[in-house]
Write a protein of this length. Structure first.
Length: 295
């Protein structure tokens, strides 16, 4: 498959591949079952899917005949053939589940792509083939602005524009905008020769938070471009736990050691790999999803 995707429903992966013949996304049936049931055990989810598939086959359900196997990267790291469903097949499958869990999943599945995050994520995927990233200098402010403008263009009126207001998040106030005239050029000039230097530059740009929204998603792509150019490496973001990453980034403005310790073992040489790039976008957007509060 030339295109892959990973979506997240309540912190559970829903893998998808692009069917060139049918010109549509096909979703891993086991992942859909696990997400709907809230099942953390992949084997149990697989057993339930096989039982449900047999039950539906006995009822001559259309979605079973429409199930096709495509090779996908399994949780154990091996590529295996998995049953997949089309979007319409997922809607049919959801009707087979009792309670409101399937309704919640279906609401997310049908409407999540229409949000700003959903639309900007599609544009982020396109960056790999756009060629735009080849025309800017990695590590420059202009490059970061270009990334932000491409992803959020048409969605935010400030896409690609350095903010002119002060912002804060979770009680932390980011760099005052009135000092950007000196702050951003200083960050731009920071060295990028070693891994430590690159991560320290990334941390400083995160503290600056130059845009009103979309800083994390843009800056992680920017970081990968610097790593590719300077070290011939990029980050396999799927190896970095969301909560670990967020905690390390909170600490990074005073101590960059935790974020360095997370990123270094996740480096890979697959810098030209389309699947690695797409997976990185999926996880980058996943990091930005707000966790549901406990009730």
């Amino acid at each position: 498959m030339s295109k892959i995707s990973i979506r997240f429903f309540d912190d559970k992966e829903v893998r998808a591949v692009w069917d060139e013949v049918g010109s549509e996304w096909r979703f891993a049936a086991v992942d859909v079952v696990a997400a709907i049931r809230g099942e953390a055990d992949y084997k149990k989810a697989g057993n339930y899917w096989r039982w449900l598939k047999k039950k539906l086959a006995n009822q001559d359900a259309q979605l079973v005949s429409d199930t096709h196997g495509f090779k996908m990267l399994a949780p154990d790291g091996k590529r295996r053939t998995a049953d997949t469903l089309t979007a319409s097949g997922i809607e049919e499958l959801a009707k087979s589940f009792p309670g409101n869990r399937a309704a919640d999943f279906l609401d997310w599945f049908l409407y999540s792509d229409n949000t700003i995050d959903g639309q900007s994520k599609k544009k982020a995927y396109q960056l790999f083939d756009s060629g735009i990233l080849n025309n800017e200098e990695p590590g420059s402010i202009k490059c970061l602005q270009q990334i932000h403008a491409y992803i959020f263009g048409g969605l935010y009126d400030f896409a690609g524009q350095i903010r002119n207001k002060d912002i804060s998040k979770g009680g932390f106030t980011f760099a005052p905008h009135r000092y950007f005239g000196t702050t951003l050029p200083t960050i731009e000039m920071m060295p990028e020769t070693t891994f430590d230097e690159i991560i320290e530059k990334y941390v400083e740009m995160n503290v600056a938070h130059p845009f009103m929204e979309g800083n994390g998603r843009s800056t992680r792509i920017w970081l990968d471009l610097i790593l590719k150019r300077s070290l011939k490496r990029c980050v396999d973001w799927s190896k970095i736990d969301k909560n670990d990453y967020m905690d390390a980034m909170i600490l990074s403005h005073t101590d960059p050691a935790p974020i360095k310790a997370l990123i270094k073992p996740a480096l890979t040489t697959k810098i030209h790999d389309r699947e690695m790039f797409m997976k990185g976008i999926d996880y980058s957007y996943y990091y930005e999803q707000e966790d549901e509060p406990d009730i």
